[in-house]
Design a protein around this ligand. Structure first.
Ligand code: ADP
Length: 474
């Protein structure tokens, strides 16, 4: 398995690439040079012999050798040629009969071959038989009137060419073996060198992982290549985001435990103080029990809010989209909140600029808008007002919730959507809440691909503006 993995590694592939790049040209050169050497040497020798054969042919004609093959001068020359070229010369008369064979084997015999016939027709023919390693030439012997008197057949061995060829081949092979060894070594080295930064990346990642395990924070930086640098940067960015998520999750869990514990602690204190006293009057019991019921109510509210928040944290796919009349939705919402507003002596007004129908998740968006209006009533002054208005253009609808309440300090404005965040614990004590309402509102709005903005002036009031697309797109 491990071996198989090695074949899939970049290092192995680079090695193969370098190896091929290093060895292939050498091999191609080798084959090319040898082939062209053989071709060139054979053609040189053919031209050379053809020249000799032509000279010999004209001498044969002038000595009329074909009729009388005993001429000493020519015989001496024929021997010389066959010795120098390590070959055989045969001369044929018009009757296809061999009048001279330097090997002395076939004198007097008749040869009718294609080449000989063609040469009687005046052609000069040269043929290379690479398998048996010889060059064969057939040249017509002509007199001065260009009459063909006979044919000269020369066959010479190419052994000398081939021995040079073999020598060249051996030398090249030796050079190739040496260069192959060098190429393999260089390929191994280069592949290692090029892959090294990736190895560094892996080690650094392992180090960071170990560091994170111990609670530390590491930074990845392998800047050997622009690519590894880009990977490092992307990784650091992702790690940073994950750290933030992790931290906020830890914070959230800590907050949840704390918030859930607070009412329980109060209840325990109340119960303990009742249990610790003897003959407690019924009124005190009632009083304390009322407090305990209130704490239970608070605990219940926190749990309900947390459940809503968890629901809103899920993906947008969980939205239950339908076409909703937003004017009616707001009217219903305000109708439900009116009793609370009246109790606080807060005037609640709805202003609809036009009929609006939009594709939304009715339940989730009502919860979001409900939180805004409820806050506007809760964090208001006696005799104050809350104005809710609805407007739309061709793409979005806008809901504005304006109040004449206590306002939010500028430095707290950016935190109000955080889970469990409450402005100034002292007034928050009097006004009950979990600090989860706006987090729920914001999540619901973002799920609808909308936006929420808040403007506030301490002591004067707050305005929340919500913008939601009329049509929902995934
Ligand atoms: P809570 O349950 O405390 O109302 P929210 O998340 O709804 O939690 O609001 C967070 C905090 O923002 C509140 O505790 C309050 O201090 C502040 N806040 C929200 N809405 C208003 C408003 N209309 N006017 C003044 N303060 C507000």
């Amino acid at each position: 398995m491990k071996r198989l993995k090695f074949f899939h590694s970049l290092r192995f592939r680079l090695f193969l690439l370098f190896l091929l790049m290093g060895i292939m040209p050498g091999m191609a050169l080798h084959a090319g040079i040898l082939a062209s050497y053989e071709k060139k040497a054979v053609s040189n020798q053919s031209i050379d012999i053809l020249g000799q054969a032509k000279i010999l042919g004209s001498q044969l004609a002038s000595y009329d050798y074909i009729k009388d093959p005993s001429e000493e001068v020519i015989n001496a020359q024929l021997d010389l040629i066959s010795n120098v070229y390590d070959g055989r010369v045969m001369i044929m008369n018009k009757g296809f009969q061999i009048v001279k064979d330097t090997y002395g084997l076939d004198t007097g015999k008749t040869i009718i071959s294609e080449e000989v016939v063609k040469s009687f027709g005046g052609e000069e023919i040269s043929k290379y038989d690479s398998k048996n390693r010889y060059i064969e030439l057939s040249v017509p012997v002509k007199d001065q009137e260009q009459n063909t008197l006979g044919v000269l057949l020369v066959s010479v061995s190419t052994d000398s060419i081939m021995s040079n060829y073999d020598y060249l081949k051996d030398r090249m092979l030796a050079i190739e073996i040496v260069s192959a060894i060098v190429v393999v070594a260089a390929a191994v080295f280069l592949a290692r060198l090029l892959v090294h930064p990736l190895g560094k990346l892996t080690t650094s990642l392992a180090e960071i992982q170990a560091k994170e395990g111990e609670g530390g924070e590491g930074v990845l930086m392998v800047s050997d290549y622009t690519e590894t640098e880009a990977i490092s940067n992307a990784f650091n960015e992702m790690l940073g985001k994950m750290r933030v998520v992790d931290r906020s999750r830890q914070e959230f869990v800590a907050n949840v435990s704390h918030e859930l514990k607070t009412p329980l602690t109060s209840m325990k204190v109340l119960a303990d103080s009742l249990l610790g006293q003897e003959d407690v009057p019924v009124e005190l019991y009632k009083d304390f029990m009322g407090d305990i019921a209130e704490e239970i109510e608070r605990e219940n509210k926190i749990i309900n809010d947390l459940l809503s928040l968890v629901k809103m944290d899920k993906s947008a796919g969980d939205l239950n989209i339908s076409s909703v009349n937003v004017n009616e939705l707001l009217e219903m919402l305000l109708k439900r909140l009116r009793p609370i507003a009246e109790k606080q002596n807060v005037e609640l007004v709805l202003e609809s600029f036009r009929p609006v129908s939009a594709e939304i998740d009715e339940v989730k968006l009502s919860l979001a808008l409900n939180n805004l209006v409820e806050n506007a009533i809760k964090y208001n002054k006696k005799g104050g007002w809350v104005h809710v208005s609805l407007n739309a253009d061709h793409k979005y609808f806008y809901v504005r919730v304006e109040d004449s309440g206590i306002g939010i300090p500028q430095e707290d404005l950016e935190h109000i959507y955080e889970r469990f965040f409450r402005v100034d614990k002292s007034h928050s004590k009097e006004i009950k809440g979990t600090g989860l309402g706006l987090a729920i509102t914001r999540n619901a709005i973002l799920m609808h691909r909308g936006a929420i903005k808040a403007h506030s002036k301490e002591g004067e009031g707050t305005t929340f503006t919500v913008r939601i697309p009329l049509t929902y797109t995934v």
